[in-house]
Design a protein around this ligand. Structure first.
Ligand SMILES: C[S@@+](CC[C@H](N)C(=O)[O-])C[C@H]1O[C@@H](n2cnc3c(N)ncnc32)[C@H](O)[C@@H]1O
Length: 387
């Protein structure tokens, strides 16, 4: 995995990574640009949050009227239920509220609601947050949070990394609109990829390219290089950068309707900037799929009508009017696209031929090309076809 923090987070099940206001703002702006009424009259739920200082709560509460929200609900998870313990202290806001209860502060989740002008200042915003303790710890799977999910139109959050699959299933099973942050590797999960393939979910407007910075609780172990990268981006202190995060959504945005500008097959073979393609007689055809291997998204030939294996990063540029996704090169052949399954002897022979020693090359896990008379696995590929 490219990013050590995320892999460490997975190992220790640390889910405490807090999203920055600017990242929320630029992402949400893209949906508003596409449809200024996307949130109008809607109930937005922000689960798995820490509403007292969450930037999601701040953003949506502050823009309650501009977005035209009907209701904003934000829920938090009880400090005692969190896997990562970091010396919780109730906030001043909580302690000074009449409903503060020392017997509940560590063990109960909280719910914050904005739906009317409580302060009487003529506007509805952050000042109008009304809160109380939840019955339970605020687990998104609890009955009371499921009820809030059912009431909501749109669910927005950065869910716990360790429960991403479960969280996504929790939203999708209720048929809700959503905007959530996840790890890019989640694309290939068997629970996630079918949604992407069927255009029920796509990559958010920010895309893959950016480094996302997250706040972390005091005392979190952060890799120095990631801390330095966050600092370079202007976030100094308890911040880290995760290079492999992205937004997942089923809200439409304009960027996904911009077709890629591509060269023809003949032009690519002649002029491609990639040495793996320029000068070839033809693209490599897989030995185990009826498809050609495209190692770079910008090398997709505009005039090829068959199936093409493209890098996962293609999804960042995916325009559903231009291409359809037909499957993925993977072990299980969920989309019935494999034309060949290698025997264990073939896997062993291929390994020996390539590395000159005993071993097994798992040829069935990916697309395979024949290069210099050797079977060669390629990186993870998505299979697409021109529309
Ligand atoms: C990645 S953090 C994001 C927090 C916040 N949404 C944000 O973006 O700033 C995920 C949060 O979910 C909480 N969490 C973990 N497991 C949970 C569960 N089962 N139900 C609800 N929240 C949970 C974690 O304690 C953590 O605070």
């Amino acid at each position: 995995m490219a990013n050590q923090n995320l892999s460490d987070a997975k190992k220790t099940k640390n889910d405490e990574f807090y999203t920055q206001f600017h990242d929320i703002e630029i992402e949400v702006n893209a949906y508003l640009e596409y449809d200024p009424n996307v949130f109008r009259g809607k109930t937005v739920l922000l689960p798995c949050d820490d509403p007292e200082w969450s930037n999601f709560t701040k953003y949506f509460a502050q823009r309650f009227q501009v977005l035209g929200l009907k209701k904003l609900i934000s829920t938090s998870y009880a400090p005692d239920s969190k896997r990562f313990k970091y010396g919780y202290q109730p906030s001043l806001f909580e302690q000074e509220s009449p409903q503060f209860d020392i017997s509940k502060t560590q063990t109960h989740g909280k719910i914050f609601v904005v739906d009317r002008d409580i302060t009487g200042d003529g506007k509805v915003d952050y000042q109008d947050l009304d809160w109380h303790y939840l019955e339970g710890d605020g687990d998104f799977r609890s009955k009371e949070v499921c009820k809030l999910r059912d009431e909501a139109d749109i669910i927005v959050t950065n869910p716990p990394f360790s429960l991403f699959r479960e969280f996504l299933a929790w939203i999708v099973s209720a048929g809700k609109q959503f905007l959530i942050i996840g790890n890019m590797n989640a694309i290939t999960y068997k629970e996630t990829f079918p949604l992407i393939k069927n255009n029920q979910m796509w990559i958010g407007a920010t895309g893959f390219v950016s480094d996302m910075v997250f706040g972390v609780p005091e005392g979190t172990m952060i890799k120095e290089s990631d801390k330095a990268k966050a600092a370079k981006l202007g976030y100094v202190g308890n911040y880290t950068r995760l290079g492999n995060s992205c937004w997942y959504t089923n809200l439409d945005h304009g960027r996904r309707h911009q077709p890629l500008q591509l060269m023809t097959l003949a032009e690519n073979l002649r002029f491609s900037r990639h040495k793996e393609i320029k000068g070839l007689d033809d693209y490599h055809h897989y030995d185990n799929y009826d498809a050609i291997e495209i190692p770079y998204t910008d090398a997709i030939p505009s005039d090829y009508d068959g199936v093409m294996g493209v890098p996962i990063s293609f999804l960042d540029k995916y325009c559903p009017e231009q291409f359809e996704i037909v499957g993925m090169c993977e072990n299980m052949d969920l989309y019935l696209l494999k034309t060949k399954v290698y025997s264990s002897k073939e896997c062993k022979d291929a390994y020996f031929k390539k590395f000159g020693k005993q071993g097994t090359y798992d040829l069935n896990a990916s697309g395979v090309i024949l290069k210099d008379n050797q079977l060669e696995k390629v990186y993870q590929r998505i299979l697409i076809r021109k529309k």
